[in-house]
Design a protein around this ligand. Structure first.
Ligand code: TYM
Length: 332
């Protein structure tokens, strides 16, 4: 059977981009697949995190995933640092991946910015740890948003090089699953920039925990252009803000962009934004309520993660043992 792995960082608020690009697809993929979903705290510390904030965010992200519909009984939900195999396999992959490969990673360049000399080594080696996350479970399907595509190509290269160098067929091929009409949700303030947790402006994103009036306000203030909606998808190409809002609407209502345009062609943004607010609130509000209920009992969320890590470790440990044998480590 196909095995699915995906992860999300506990670095502040989850937003609509995380939900539409990733989490919503994870929920759907639970049917018919064996899934592991991971709150990647080891990745989070590649940039500075206050320890108390990290602990709280890890719990909150886990609660958000459960509130969105991740079934932690049937599937595995855990935090990364609890399963030692991730860091151990990542070290081996540090020795498989080439510096030239990492030098091409656009996300490192974006995150490190101009002060590259001062970025952590962990931020640079970040994609190797991602490869380890996936391959510690021999997972072959990875549902993510568009921004993770390059990292998954690198993970695939690592798996192939390992198999090739050691003359084994140990790791499977990795298939990125980039699904739906909102694989790259853009900032509400700038249709050419990705919606992101790290954007200084809170008005640029809709957080999963925003209240109805905050959602309404952010959508109302979202940047648009003065033209009504077109009837043809290609006419959106030169209108990034319009493209973004229509994409969000389509994804939230599980429809194709063309279908949404067929219904709303000729509508101005004032009316379309009201419709978009309604669907956004109707999807996010019940999730936020469930999340608050779950967080009223943080010890229960912690117990779910702990149990998830035990189950994850039971899958990853034998894979790591197999890798260590192949590499030539004396063991046990
Ligand atoms: P992270 O925490 O940045 O984001 C979690 C998921 O949300 C998607 N996403 C978006 N999708 C559409 N539009 C957006 N604006 C948007 N912003 C974020 C991301 O593509 C991602 O799927 N490195 C990963 C976490 C990770 C991982 C893994 C993923 C660690 N190990 C192994 C897959 C497999 C990250 O930082 O995601």
């Amino acid at each position: 059977m196909d095995r699915i792995f995906s992860g999300v960082q506990p670095t502040g608020n989850l937003h609509l981009g995380n939900y539409l690009g990733a989490i919503r697809n994870w929920v759907k993929l639970q049917e018919g697949h064996e899934c592991l979903f991971c709150v990647v705290d080891l990745h989070a510390i590649t940039v500075w995190q206050e320890p108390e904030d990290l602990r709280r965010a890890t719990r909150e992200v886990a609660a958000a995933l459960i509130a969105c519909g991740i079934d932690a009984e049937r599937h595995v939900l855990f935090n990364q640092s609890r399963v030692r195999a991730h860091a151990q396999l990542a070290w081996i992959f540090n020795c498989v991946a080439r510096i030239g490969w990492l030098n091409r990673m656009t996300q490192f360049k974006e995150k490190a910015g101009k002060d590259r000399e001062n970025a952590s080594v962990g931020l640079y080696a970040y994609p190797n740890l991602m490869a380890a996350d996936i391959l510690a479970y021999k997972a072959n399907m990875v549902p993510v948003g568009e921004d993770q595509k390059q990292h998954l190509e690198l993970a695939r290269d690592i798996a192939q090089k390992f198999n090739h160098d050691y003359k084994v067929a140990l790791f499977p091929d990795i298939r990125p699953l980039i699904l739906g009409e909102a694989t790259r949700v853009m900032s509400l303030r700038d249709g050419t920039k990705k919606m992101s947790k790290s954007d200084a402006s809170d008005a640029s994103r809709i957080n999963m925990t925003d209240h109805a009036d905050q959602i309404a306000d952010k959508i109302k203030r979202a940047k648009t252009d003065p033209h009504p909606l077109p009837d043809d998808v290609t006419a959106l190409e030169a209108r990034p803000e319009a493209r973004n809002l229509v994409g969000i609407y389509a994804a939230l209502t599980d429809r194709a962009v063309a279908d949404v345009l067929a219904e709303h062609a000729g509508t101005g943004f004032a009316a379309f934004k009201r419709a978009l607010t309604d669907v956004t609130v109707s999807v996010l509000e019940p999730i936020a309520i469930r999340m608050r209920e779950l967080l009223a009992h943080p010890e229960r969320v912690d117990a779910v993660l702990k149990r998830g890590a035990e189950r994850a470790g039971a899958i990853a440990d034998p894979v790591l043992a197999e890798v260590e044998e192949v590499v030539g480590f004396l063991r046990p």
